[in-house]
Design a protein around this ligand. Sequence first.
Ligand SMILES: [Zn+2]
Length: 489
Amino acid sequence: MESALHLYNTLTRRKELFEPLSPPFVGMYVCGPTVYSESHLGHARPAVTFDVLYRYLMYLGYHVRYVRNITDVGHLENEVDDSGEDKISRKARQENLEPMEIVQKYMNSFHMAMEKLNTLPPSIEPRATGHIIEQQQLAERLISKGYAYEVNGSVYFDVEKYDKNHRYGILSGRVLEDMRANSRALEGQDEKRGQFDFALWKKASPGHIMRWPSKWSDGFPGWHLECSVMSTKYLGDTFDIHGGGMDLVFPHHECEIAQSTASQGHSPVRYWVHNNMVTINGQKMARSLGNFITLEELFTGSHKILVQAYSPMTIRFFMLQAHYRSTLDFSNEALLAASLGLQKLLTAEKTLAGLKPSDESTVDTGGIVSKCHEAMSDDLNTPVAIAQLFDAVRIINLVSDGREKLTAIDLVSLRELLRTFVHDLFGLKAEETVGNDKLAGVLALLLDMRQDAKERKEWSVSDRIRDRLSELGITVKDRKDGYDWEITA
Ligand SMILES: [Zn+2]
């Protein structure tokens, strides 16, 4: 099986030709959510990114085993210095529920949001609490190899020792010596030997409800351990792709590499793929900044910074309009523009279905198909592929207006192109338009009519539309080749 797919490998910091270990099989592991709160934008981006990679690999003919875990224990509040309370335990205490009730509640809500976003379910969705024994076994193996030690019932990974024989920091580019120089050790406040050592097993305090027996103590596993265990359990000691958000590169994925390398002599992962983060109006999303938006709030428009609801397909399309390794800034203007763009694309598809063939084509469409595939092969460049699809939309509309002609063969190939890219690969589908989505359509119609009026030099009509929109808080600015608009009130 041959494909020209190139993926950017975070480990080597360059795009590499994707060659699976045992074609036609591909193993892909993606870090899933820690299920202690409602799903938010930060969950949607990796889900959509790796859904498109999953779909594209299958489209190329690979048999993909896609494993995405659910973290339901061990993820502490302060992930960088590996301290604080377990996120699920804490929420269970706050809501006065069993930890597994918290897990079930937010896992259900995550699944519902993923279904709305039309992401395909993974082949296996393992849970950390279902692999406690395997995690204890890996911790034991690391002790026996001299890379972990027990103290007061807890087990820690010895980062200093590991760094002497291997290099800690190869994925993130961090150097242990610099890390030491740039941080202050809190003397006597920690039972760890080295300040960057991380927990493989934590002894549970008397009030801690999530606990399992072990030879060291009644306790619970450290967060990084589960992904080393579950990825190799289902995909083998070496597997093709490990994905996740860029925020997981350090410490989570760095620690995974250290654990696996210390235990089996090499890292199991061949291609590390990371999606970039989302920002809101140029700011990092954070509860403390009041811009933390859950997916449900986006779908219903119930967050105060949103001027309307945005459908799941609008969110999905918006994400695909940016390359997965770029940051993606959410704003009302950008989402409304995405909503209009998506409607334009889906409308053109309907128009295409009704076009009559001609004896000859007056415009070349062959290049569009190959450019779409080239874009996807180039590290999943979805924005470039979408730009090509809009070129197809332009041609479809010209043919519909009788200004260009296409043969039956070209019409079929355009239909095939849209079906493959819009639906099979990008996972977009027509939605019941409700409420404000209808208004977005009305706005698009008005702006189109204004553009037509301007072309016919009917200035009184075009000015009236602009002025009325301005009174409604929508500012239209003319450009040489079209117009921009923004919501100003
Ligand atoms: Zn993980």
